[in-house]
Design a protein around this ligand. Structure first.
Ligand SMILES: Cc1cc2nc3c(=O)[nH]c(=O)nc-3n(C[C@H](O)[C@H](O)[C@H](O)COP(=O)(O)OP(=O)(O)OC[C@H]3O[C@@H](n4cnc5c(N)ncnc54)[C@H](O)[C@@H]3O)c2cc1C
Length: 377
């Protein structure tokens, strides 16, 4: 039996960033990761640079593009461009690089990782967690962090997050070259994908392309439409391999902690239900997970309940509005585009949302009222 202050299940973005913050506070941490190695992460890598403040390391190394413009289009026409200059910048990071950077720094700081290993059972004995893995070793810890992503097995087991998790369906691919997307521009393409949209985010020498549907469990099986979307980004000939992923999205405010256990990132269902933004809530939840575990371990508080409260205050409230916007926007996308994107003030608001300066809560009531009034007319 080997003992740790904290065991983290899942060594992706949320797991590694929680581990790094805890190790910087002097705690012993073990990460249990099921994959040996991942050379491609289905993530477009767009994030507000202001998120740097939630990490105790410099992210620059993983930044591939700094974005100045956000383009919106309706079926490859009707362009709207939001100017990001002046707002805090939006970055495109390469997820494989960012995850490696975080993990390497954690390991340097004393964190241990075992991979590829699967957890078989978790029980609580004498107020400590006993975790048995398929390597037949038993690990003991004071606290447990669930960071096993959108397909989380353990969030449900501990009743963390929504009783009925909700998922967006996504397809993603990375193509060599940038097509017709400028290096400093991201593009959101509406109108082709039912109940969702497509996006193109530039890395240094390749383009992250994604398609996502957010309501009504929409599917992305129509190959003709998928090809049309990819062509719209400036690619004629594209032998490509796609990755399908179900992304667990925010679906209401539920406890994301129990007794000495909490969930972070996608496992906690924090992903934005309108735009699929999940890096920001992963970093925020990891930061506060480490803060509140530290407060418990140092005897300042008795339980982790403040963690759920905090995340709901600073993220959940905005997501509740994001979900309402998604439900109306994706049902009436043409109207949504005209009233939500093409308005004079919209580009600035969108830039402020992407840079993290404004939340959906700040804009939602007006947007929804406008959408409902028009769609009923
Ligand atoms: C196509 C696509 C594009 C996206 N683009 C963006 C974007 O541009 N900007 C943005 O902000 N967000 C984006 N997101 C969302 C973002 O990628 C996620 O929110 C983020 O990856 C969440 O990180 P995580 O660490 O919680 O989960 P993950 O990164 O999925 O990590 C979970 C880890 O747990 C491991 N694991 C799983 N099960 C077990 C188990 N039973 N035992 C042990 N280990 C386990 C996995 O192998 C993995 O390493 C996108 C998502 C998709 C699908």
């Amino acid at each position: 039996m080997i003992g740790f202050d904290v065991v983290i299940i899942g060594g992706g973005l949320s797991g590694s960033s929680t581990a790094l913050s805890l190790s910087k506070k002097g705690y012993s941490v073990l990460i249990i990761e099921k994959e040996k190695f991942q050379d491609y992460k289905p993530c477009a890598g767009g994030m507000a640079s202001s998120m740097q403040r939630f990490l105790p390391l410099d992210l620059e190394e993983s930044v591939e593009s700094k974005i100045k413009n956000v383009e919106f289009r309706w079926k490859a026409a009707d362009n709207v461009t939001a100017d990001l200059t002046g707002e805090s910048p939006f970055w495109i990071i390469k997820r494989e690089k960012l995850d490696k950077l975080l993990l390497d720094d954690s390991l340097k700081n004393g964190v241990q990782i075992i991979r590829p290993v699967l957890v078989e059972t978790i029980i609580k004995r004498n107020d400590k967690w006993e975790i048995t893995c398929d390597n037949k070793i038993k690990y003991i810890s004071e606290f447990l962090v669930i960071a096993d992503g959108s397909q989380s097995k353990w969030a449900g087991y501990f009743k963390l997050g929504p009783k009925k998790p909700k998922f967006a369906n996504t397809i993603s691919l990375r193509l060599k070259g940038l097509g017709d997307i400028p290096q400093d521009t991201v593009r959101f393409e509406f109108g082709f994908v039912k109940y969702g949209f497509a996006w193109a985010f530039p890395l240094k020498e390749s383009l992250n392309i994604g398609l996502g549907t957010f309501i009504n469990n929409g599917h992305l099986e129509n190959q003709v439409i998928n090809n049309q979307v990819i062509r719209s980004f400036g690619f004629d000939d594209f032998p490509y391999k796609t990755t399908n992923k179900k992304l667990r999205i925010w679906n209401g405010a539920y406890p994301i902690n129990g007794d000495k256990v909490l969930a972070v990132g996608d496992a906690a269902s924090l992903c934005d239900p309108f735009l699929a933004e999940g890096i920001r809530p992963s970093l925020i939840s990891s930061f506060y997970a480490a803060e509140y575990i530290d407060q418990c371990l140092s005897g300042k508080v008795d339980d982790l309940n403040l963690y759920t409260k905090k995340i709901n205050n600073i993220w959940g409230e905005s997501m509740a509005w994001g979900r309402r916007i998604a439900q109306v926007f994706y049902r009436f996308p043409r109207t949504g585009y005209q009233l939500g994107v093409k308005r004079k003030t919209a580009p600035k608001r969108i830039a402020q949302i992407l840079s993290g300066e404004m939340s959906y809560k700040d804009i939602a009531k007006r947007v929804i009222r406008r959408l409902i009034t028009r769609s009923e007319a």
